[in-house]
Each structure stands twice: as structure tokens, then as C-alpha cells.
Design a protein around this ligand. Structure first.
Ligand SMILES: [Zn+2]
Length: 207
């Protein structure tokens, strides 16, 4: 199932103050969701640094692409410094859990010598899946910032919103849509190349 991202319909509108898509307005642009996507609870505005850190995540996504993996990248930031990096690598590592977020969390935990990452922010180019949302909660991250939505597996409001589930005991704040078009364009180009049988074709399904 290669065509999970409906990339052509990603929002162009950005918050004039912060450069981030206002998620509550997504219903106008999300194909196949004529009824609109509910505004996730706790979704906040981007900060001035969010785009800068997302650029680092995008660079890692390009590294994934160059390795023949679905281009998703992630960084973990603590007190303004990157302490963990990861890019999507399930095909090359034969590891279904090797999503960019998981690898970035592991890298940060090793770096900080702590399996919990309080006060840290995860930047990831695509909305996290349920597995990664679980890891984010176990790590006690303070905040998650993502780029493009994933309408098939996203758990920050696209399919469901685990970060607004009151029965779960930890809630990271979530900001979505930071550099969304750039993040989505990377995926779109990757899958377009796949459809044409280009470099890296013939691998396993994404995510
Ligand atoms: Zn994931």
C-alpha cells in the first residue's frame, strides 16, 4: 500500500504568526474527509525555532530517501540542542519498529543516559503512528512537532488522537503542519519515483 499519503491535498494555509498550519482548518483541504478532521485537543502553535529544527528532520528524511527508505526524519531537542537523530530504516534494518521517531528517541535516551526524556521535544516530518505515539508517551516527552499529516496511520488527529485520550496517563503537547509542504513533497516525489520504477523500487511497504 504505497499511496497512503494524499499529498496533493495538503494544506497551503499557514498561521500568519507562526508559520504553522492551523489543524482545525484542515477540513477544507483534506481529500476523503469531507466531514473534516476534528481539531485535536492540545494542538498548539509553532515556535520560532520549530521550522529550524524541522529542517534538520527534513535533512534526515532525505538521508532515508537516499537509502531507499520512505523519507521520514526526526530529531529530539532538549534545551535548544539536538540530542537525538533518526531516519526511517525498517527495510534496511529488517526491523518493523525502525521508524524515524523510535530511532531518534533511542539515540536521545542513549545520549542523555535516561530512558525517559522529560522536557524534550520531538520533531518529525510526518505525523506519528500508534507505535511511535506509544513510545513518545513512555519517554515522557513534553512536546511533539510534526510536518505532514498521515491520513492512514496518523495518531495526532488524522485517524485518531492518542494525545487527547484521557485514559492515557501522559500527554505531550502537539503542534502539526510545520514545513508541511516540504515534508509532504519529499514523500510525494519518493512515491512518484516508485510508481515509475525508479531508484529504490521494489522494497517493502512504508511505515
Ligand atoms: Zn511510527
Amino acid at each position: 500500500m504505497w499511496y497512503r499519503w494524499r499529498l496533493g491535498e495538503l494544506p497551503a494555509e499557514r498561521d500568519s504568526n507562526h508559520g504553522a498550519m492551523r489543524l482545525g482548518e484542515g477540513e477544507a483541504v483534506m481529500a476523503g474527509h469531507a466531514g473534516g478532521i476534528p481539531l485535536p485537543e492540545g494542538v498548539g502553535n509553532a515556535t520560532g525555532n520549530d521550522e529550524s529544527f524541522m529542517e534538520h528532520a527534513l535533512a534526515l528524511a532525505r538521508a532515508a530517501r537516499d537509502a531507499g527508505e520512505v523519507p521520514v526524519g526526526a530529531v529530539v531537542v532538549k534545551e535548544g540542542k539536538i540530542v537525538g537523530r533518526g531516519f526511517n530504516a525498517p527495510i534496511g534494518t529488517h526491523d518493523p519498529s525502525a521508524h524515524a521517531e523510535i530511532l531518534a528517541l533511542r539515540d536521545a535516551a542513549r545520549h542523555l543516559g535516561n530512558y525517559r526524556l522529560p522536557g524534550c521535544v520531538l520533531y518529525v516530518t510526518v505525523e506519528p503512528c500508534a507505535m511511535c505515539a506509544g513510545a513518545i508517551m513512555h519517554a515522557r516527552l513534553a512536546r511533539v512537532v510534526f510536518g505532514a499529516r498521515d491520513l492512514k496511520t496518523g495518531t495526532c488527529g488524522s485517524v485518531l488522537n492518542l494525545f487527547a485520550e484521557p485514559r492515557l496517563n501522559h500527554h505531550a503537547r502537539v503542534t502539526g503542519g510545520v514545513l508541511a509542504q516540504e515534508c509532504a513533497a519529499l514523500l510525494s516525489a519518493f512515491f512518484c519515483a516508485r510508481r515509475k520504477g525508479g531508484a529504490g523500487a521494489g522494497g517493502a511497504p512504508p511505515l
